[in-house]
Write a new protein. Sequence first.
Length: 146
Amino acid sequence: PKAPAFEEHELESSMRRKFCPPELRKSVLVKIEAHRHAHPLIPGYSAPTPEGIYHWAVKQMYEFCKEYDLRKLWAYLWENWYRPLRWKLWARSTMPEITILKTTMICESHWRRIKHDFLHHFHKPQLDLLVWILVTKLAPSYYQKL
């Protein structure tokens, strides 16, 4: 039988090797996805400039890693994703235009939201009703984000 001290050391060693605890992985991926899709032309929670988005993303991820004491995760993310030269390879905010594929997906998502949230009772709404819904119901939610 192993000595209890050895088992504790083995447990500590395996805990130290954890890169990111399973319960935090989804949060990390959600943040990375939000950082990837942020763009100056899309209203959101960051500054409307490429530099502002970069600063916001790096600060948010650094603070998250610091809060949960994930030093190895931050080192990995910085070296492979968030340092300036790597950021330019994957972040949408570095491009002056939004790619057409993502634009189409955003438009489809936007219209799906309108149909689901505001037009679910109307099969073929008249134009005046549609405009009224867009101006009085949908626009205020976007103004709040700005």
